[in-house]
Each structure stands twice: as C-alpha cells, then as structure tokens.
Design a protein around this ligand. Structure first.
Ligand SMILES: Nc1ncnc2c1ncn2[C@@H]1O[C@H](COP(=O)(O)OP(=O)(O)OP(=O)(O)O)[C@@H](O)[C@H]1O
Length: 588
C-alpha cells in the first residue's frame, strides 16, 4: 500500500479531525526546523570564540539558541496534542466501524475467522494506526524536515565537508532501500500472521482450559498453541538472522561519518589550520550525529509504515466480509409458523449440513428436532433464526422469507435458548433486561420469578443487582440457564428455539428449568432440539434428521411404532436407561 493510500485511508476515519492531523504534521516539521537554529548559533559562537571576537555577541547568540530550542519544544508539544486527538478519533472510529460490521455478519463468518484473530484485529490494528498517527507520522514529518534542513545547512557551511558527512548517510540509505523492498512488506505480513495465529490459539487454549486440565497437557488445543508459539519463534529468529548483515552494514555506514570527517579535515588542513576550518569542523562534529539519528529514525519509520499498511489490510479484510442482506422495506410475518422450502446449507463447499430440507411447523405447535449427532439439528435451528442464510431454498416465518424481514423484527420474533447459555459481565437484572431493554423493574422481577430464579436471587448478597463475574460471583450451568430463560420470558417472542436447554443441568436444576420452560413455552411456537427422546413425548411434531435431511416426521407414538430410525434410537435409549438403572442398583 502506497503512502498516500495509507494516509487517505486513515483520514477516512478521522472525519472532522483530519485538520488536526494535518496541523500536527506542519507543527512537527516547524518544530524540527526551529530545533536546527541552535546549531547555527552554536556554530556562530564557536567561530567567534576561535576568531577571538567579543563575548557580547556570543551571549546574544546563546540566548537566541535557548529561545529557539524552547520554541521548538512548545511547537512540538502543540503538534503532539493535535496528533493525539486525531489519532484517538481515528482508532475509536475504526473500532466502532469494525464492531458494527462484525455485528452485521452471519455468525459463521465471525466463527470461521476465529474469535482471537478477530479480537486482535479490532484491538491491535486500531492500536497500530493510533500509534502511527499520534507519534510516528508527526515524527516522520519532523524527521524529513530536519533532514532537509540539516542537508541544506551542511552543504551551505562547507560543501566539501558537507558532502563528506552526507556520503555515508547516502550509502546507508541505499542499503536500507535494499532491505525494505517488497520482500520486507511480505515478511511483515508473515510476522503479523504468525503473531495473530499465536494470539488466536492462546484465546482458544484459555477458553478450553478446563478440558486441557482434565485431559492433561498433550491435548490437541495445547499442541496447536505450542505449534503457534514455535512458528512465531522460528519466524522471528529466521528474520533476525536474515536482517543481521543489512543492519550491521546500515549502522556501520551511519556511524562512520566521523571517519569521513576526520579524513576530510586532515586533507583540508594540508595548507594550515585556520579558525574558519576549525569552527566548521566543530559544527560538523556536532551536526553529523543528528544526521545519523535521522537516518535511524527513517529506517524505523519505513518499518512502522509497513506495520500500519498491514493493519489496514486486515481491517479491510474484515470489512470486506459480506454482511447479511437487509430488506429496504421489511415485511411483517403473518403468524408464528415456520416453513423451510428445499433448504440447503454447508459450512464449507462440498459438504452439506442441511440438504434440500423441507418442513412446515404450524403456529403454536411444539416441534422437536431429533437425530444422530451431526445430523444438522443445530444448523437447522440457526437457519430459522437467520444466523446464516441458506445457499439454496428459503426459510419463511409467518409466510415471509426471513431475508425480507427487518433485522429488528426478526430478533423480536424469535428467541433462542442455547445449550450453553452465556451471561454478560453485568448484574442479573441487566442480563435479564437485555431481553426487552424498555422493561420496567417489576416486569424483570416477574420474568425472574416465572423462570424459577427465586432461590438464585435469595442466595446472592444484592439479589438481582449482584454483578456477575465480580468478586467471584458465578452461577452454575443450570442457574445460568434459568436466568437466560427469564430473559427469553421477558422478550416474549412468538417463536422459541430451545437448543437442548437442560443438557448441563443437575436433577434439581432440571426440574426447575422444565417448569421455567413450560411457563416460557405457553402459547408459542416451540422448536426444541432434543437428544433425550423421552423429553419429546409431548411434542406435536417430531422431525427426525439424518445427514441434513428429514427422514421421518409425525407424533412420538406413531414414530416409535413405525420401525424406522426414530424407533431404533428410542429402543437404544431405553435399553441404555435400563442398563444404567441396573448398574446403579448393583452398586447400592
Ligand atoms: N461452525 C461449523 N463449522 C463447520 N462445520 C460445522 C459447524 N457447525 C456444525 N458443523 C458441521 O455441520 C454438520 C451438522 O452439525 P450440527 O451441529 O448442525 O448437527 P447436530 O445434529 O446439531 O449435532 P449434535 O447433536 O452433535 O449437536 C456436522 O457435520 C458438523 O460437523
């Protein structure tokens, strides 16, 4: 990405703050030029001292040098204030644009990228641009102005010594150019990839830490995390080794200016040492390190530019992910029925999780989705809630294609209670009120009561106002489930999808969850994903899935007698239950 392109992309995010960013570059350049003035005054002082002039002029030049340095500092601080304000705005705008976009993506896109990677892009990439605008760009502007000013001064005082002190810097610039070519840009990309892979694996590892602890450290996730760390280490060591000769050459050239100056001084002093030559030499000895510092800075600026170019590419990569389409004028569902017409969906090309599936669930019906593991039950439920769009066919709610229903209306129409419901780090009250943000305190408490949460509130120090996650306040899986049912009760959506809602509950919690669920289900279309077939006895319609297709459907009794897949699964579950009871009886 070219410099102008990086700048124009960054300025897109700056809005009205772009003027501040530009002001910061001008102020930084001005500060750098003011910072050169003391060198001139010092040269004048040394020339006067070596030439034996009066001390009044020297004192005046000394003061002028001090004033110029102070002015340079003040202008630099003003520049930094402007650059920081612009940088914070750019980073904030970038983060909020990314977050809005991520929220509009189908759930699958975010998952396939990896939560760790996504988090790294949102935080690290915007931080890289913040740093670039706040410090590196003003620094670049100051360095370029100072280098140009120094170049002019160096050539002005004694062009021969000037050329000698600039020659090594010029050679260093050539070696830097060789180092920073397109290959370096690619390498910076590889570096960021390795870093983000490691961060992603770290997040996944920490998320699965309980499994890791249970099964020892040779589990898959740890292997992957270790692999990512090793890849990163290998990359960094390889890169450092590859850069070693270039860096040695660059640093040696930049630092060798004194050698050239000494040689040049001796050559110029062949006919005798004059005060003018001495003061010029003093000037060059003072100024030349500044040239070296500038060249070092330029090298790091080029590297920073590559980092920010890479960060922008990653941000653009996320922004390029296609969000779920939204209708211009949303249509309203006529009722709470659900219809799937020839729906096919696959997470990856060539493998369908749902395959040409058609199904009709009438409004107010209790439907159960059953089938072997991986048969497509969860995917089907998620397609109804439009977590993804099918690649073929249509999903209709109340006779309207879900793609033609406004996002907000669809969210209001469908509630999802997940297998592993998650609560956010906020009070129980706020967690429940997320179901309907406008709900009154009484309504939230009524929902908590209907969801059988009385015992949970009673044992917490501040009841519903207790902050979850703070001071070690955590809820069990079954308790979390009941709070999320309270949220769904408050939301009161006409279609309710229950993904194995009692999967992680103990018997006490299970009976409370069942009571909460029957309260929640009243008068609603319920689509329940179930593994325990005994829990679907009261369903109006049982849909049996296999390989992404509905292979049987009907009432429980009829399917149990029919001799198909459902009857087989039912028999197996019953004999497993008998075996478990017998085993427990023997161990008593
Ligand atoms: N996020 C995902 N990315 C890729 N493939 C997936 C994803 N989720 C599910 N699958 C695959 O899609 C198929 C259907 O999975 P799905 O979770 O819908 O089945 P299920 O019947 O709900 O399974 P289970 O009863 O085990 O929860 C499986 O082959 C599964 O491996």
């Amino acid at each position: 990405m070219k410099d102008e392109r990086i700048l124009s992309r960054l300025m897109e995010y700056a809005g009205s703050y772009r003027r501040l960013a530009r002001a910061s570059w001008v102020l930084s350049a001005l500060s750098a030029l003011l910072g050169l003035a003391p060198f001139v005054f010092i040269w004048k002082i040394s020339a006067a001292a070596l030439g034996g002039s009066g001390t009044e002029d020297m004192a005046a030049w000394g003061w002028k040098a001090v004033i110029a340095a102070a002015l340079s500092l003040i202008v630099s601080i003003l520049g930094l204030m402007c650059s920081h304000l612009a940088a914070f705005r750019v980073a904030a705008n970038m983060r909020s644009r990314l977050m809005r976009h991520i929220a509009s993506l189908p759930l699958g896109s975010a998952e396939s990228l990896g939560t760790g990677k996504l988090r790294a892009i949102v935080t690290n990439c915007s931080a890289a641009t913040e740093n670039y605008l706040a410090h590196q760009l003003p620094d670049a502007s100051a360095t370029l102005a100072s280098t140009a000013g120094l170049g002019a001064l160096i050539l002005f005082f004694d062009w021969r010594l000037g050329l000698l002190s600039l020659l090594p810097a010029f050679l260093a610039a050539l070696s830097m150019r060789a180092m920073m070519g397109p290959d370096m840009q690619r390498q910076m990309g590889d570096y960021q990839n390795a870093l983000k892979d490691m961060e992603n694996e770290a997040v996944e590892y920490i998320r699965g830490i309980s499994v890791v602890k249970t099964f020892g450290q040779s589990v898959f996730s740890f292997e992957r995390f270790r692999g990512a760390i090793e890849r990163y280490e290998k990359w960094v060591i390889g890169y450092t080794k590859a850069m070693r000769p270039h860096m040695i050459l660059f640093t040696a050239l930049v630092q060798s200016a004194f050698l050239f100056l000494i040689g040049g001084g001796l050559w110029l002093a062949r006919g005798g040492v004059t005060p003018g030559l001495l003061s010029d030499l003093v000037f060059y000895i003072i100024v030349t390190p500044a040239v070296a510092v500038n060249f070092n800075k330029i090298m790091y600026l080029v590297e920073n530019r590559m980092t920010v170019a890479d960060a922008l590419r990653r941000v653009d990569g996320v922004l390029a992910l296609k969000p779920l389409s939204q209708p211009e004028h949303g249509e309203h569902p006529h009722d709470a029925s659900v219809t799937l017409e020839n729906v096919s969906f696959g997470y990856a090309p060539g493998k369908k999780a749902v395959d040409g599936l058609s199904l009709r669930i009438e409004a107010g019906m209790r439907a159960a989705l059953v089938g072997p593991s991986g048969s497509g039950k969860s995917t089907l439920a998620q397609l109804i809630a439009r977590f993804f769009d099918p690649q073929e066919g249509r999903v209709l709610i109340g006779g309207v294609d879900v793609r033609r229903i406004a996002k907000e209306e669809l969210t209001d129409f469908v509630s999802f209670v997940f297998q592993d419901s998650r609560l956010i780090k906020a009070s129980i009250f706020d967690n429940v009120r997320m179901g309907r943000p406008g709900a009154s305190r009484e309504e939230v408490f009524a929902a908590l009561e209907a969801a059988q949460c009385g015992d949970i509130l009673a044992k917490l120090p501040q009841g519903a106002d207790t902050e979850l996650g703070a001071k070690g306040t955590y809820l069990s899986g079954g308790e979390t489930q009941r709070i999320s049912i309270a949220r769904a009760i408050l939301k009161n959506a006409p279609i309710l999808i229950l993904d194995e809602a009692t999967a992680f509950a103990d018997p006490d919690n299970e009976s409370r969850i069942q009571a909460a669920l029957s309260r929640l289900s009243q008068g609603k279309t319920v689509i329940m994903i179930a593994h325990r077939l005994s829990s679907v006895k009261r369903a109006d319609l049982v849909c049996v899935l296999e390989n992404g297709k509905v292979v049987e459907q009907g009432a429980f009794e009829r399917l149990a007698e029919r001799g198909g897949l459902f009857a087989r699964m039912w028999r197996e579950q019953q004999s497993a239950a008998v075996w478990k009871m017998t085993k427990e009886a023997r161990s008593c």
